[in-house]
Design a protein around this ligand. Structure first.
Ligand code: LMR
Length: 412
């Protein structure tokens, strides 16, 4: 009954900004959410995106059609994004030519994971392994979409700050077989929340194991471009999985959940996609999969929003804007790297600048909840409770204050 509805806990990431907003401390710093801010603390629009918006504003055809998009999204978006992902980023044009990809436009990466979860739990499996740690919302998405619970595989060794590589492999090998294939969630790059990615050699061993065990890769690619500053380079995990010499046949396909929130800065426009790379070219199978994806989408939000996908379309199909976009992503990554360096100069914590394995928007402090709370109450510095620090909120104005506080709290 409605009177009995219990209070849900505040969201582990987005819920913290409400506390930050209420904090009267004039020196407060919000390092919770993964939204890129420039050196002045502003969430600005990338030049490539601003120019794409201008083109849309000036083009009556693009501008005036506010009708519904199809359930699976805009057709041009599908063409542009599939070309960008599968031809340019992964070097597998044949997947498009053979019509092997079931594709839908989604409400960013969250929407892609949610639709993938709903599809998997309805037709294939309700078992999934998720890294420990992972994005705070992953467990929530799977358990709200047909998975009774999730299994956590060792990912991060908190003591050493390294990938818990051998335990990860052993854990997967020792999972009981319950009669169904199992999904495994992988972060394509810039692992959230730790910022720590396996090396390329480690990835190879991990994917070998996943393939041997006939698991279903569910790849969350929310940060393409933020690892190396090069959008193409960063699709390396997908290129590895699609290496047919090593992995000729993924029995239940590969699920790619992708987002333009971070790398185009289109956070609030909810622009992303779900691609299911089918095990083989089979137009009837593709039609059946697509038909079920449509039913899921129709039952939740009917069809995706239009504006953000138009921006992505203009950007991806206009060569000079696309070139500008690559530059914009590179500048963002350069600034994040300069923040890491500025913090390293003050703290001397080597993992801040270990470029081989530490990437992206987040730095994982390994602080306990007590230390995170101390940062908040004593200094007005907000991290997520797991100790994740969003580097993009750091700038020349607050870096000294921040590092002094981090140094003090690290001694507790
Ligand atoms: C984050 O991890 O901070 C971002 O992905 C934003 C979100 O939706 O949680």
């Amino acid at each position: 009954l409605v009177e009995k509805v219990p209070l849900a806990p505040a969201d582990k990431i987005l819920g913290l900004t409400a506390f930050y907003n209420r904090d009267p401390n004039p020196k407060k710093i919000n390092l919770t959410v993964g939204v890129y801010q420039d050196a002045w603390g502003k969430v600005t629009t990338f030049p490539s995106v601003a120019k794409s918006q201008k083109l849309i504003d000036n083009d009556l055809l693009l501008n005036k059609n506010l009708s519904y998009l199809p359930i699976t999204g805009c057709k041009d978006f599908e063409t542009n994004v599939m070309n960008f992902l599968f031809k340019e980023s992964m070097h597998h044009p044949e997947l498009i030519e053979q019509d092997r990809i079931s594709f839908i436009q989604t409400l960013s990466g969250t929407g892609a994971v949610a639709i993938a979860a709903s599809f998997l739990s309805t037709f294939i499996t309700n078992e999934i392994s998720v890294p420990n740690y992972s994005w705070a919302n992953h467990t929530n998405i799977f358990t709200k979409n047909g998975f009774p619970s999730v299994d956590y595989y060792p990912y991060y060794d908190r003591k050493t700050g390294q990938i818990d590589f051998q335990n990860w492999i052993n854990h997967l090998k020792n999972l009981p077989f319950l009669g169904k294939p199992r999904g495994i969630l992988l972060h394509a790059s810039c692992h959230n929340p730790t910022g720590l990615d396996p090396t390329r050699q480690q990835w190879e061993k991990i994917i070998d194991t996943i393939y041997e065990l006939k698991m279903i890769p569910v790849i969350d690619m929310a940060y393409q471009g933020l690892e190396t500053g090069n959008l193409i380079e960063d699709a390396h995990l997908l290129r590895l999985c699609l290496n047919t010499d090593k992995y000729p046949h993924w029995n239940n396909g590969i699920f790619l959940c992708q987002s333009f929130a971070k790398n185009m800065g289109l956070y609030g426009e909810r622009v992303g996609s779900l691609s299911i790379v089918l095990p083989e070219a089979d137009s009837q199978l593709k039609e059946r999969v697509n038909s079920q994806l449509k039913r899921i989408v129709r039952g939740i939000y009917s069809s995706p929003p239009g504006y953000g996908s138009r921006i992505a379309n203009v950007l991806l199909s206009t060569p000079n804007l696309k070139k500008q976009w690559f530059k914009d992503v590179k500048s963002m990554v350069e600034r994040l790297q300069s923040v890491r360096l500025a913090m390293f100069e003050r703290l001397n914590w080597p993992d801040l600048i270990n470029k081989e394995s530490n990437h992206g928007m987040f730095y994982f402090t390994r602080f306990s909840e007590g230390q995170v709370n101390e940062l908040r109450t004593k200094y007005g510095i907000y991290l997520t409770l797991d100790g994740r620090l969003s580097l993009s909120g750091v700038n020349n104005y607050n870096v000294d204050y921040l590092c002094e506080a981090l140094q003090n709290v690290s001694k507790l």
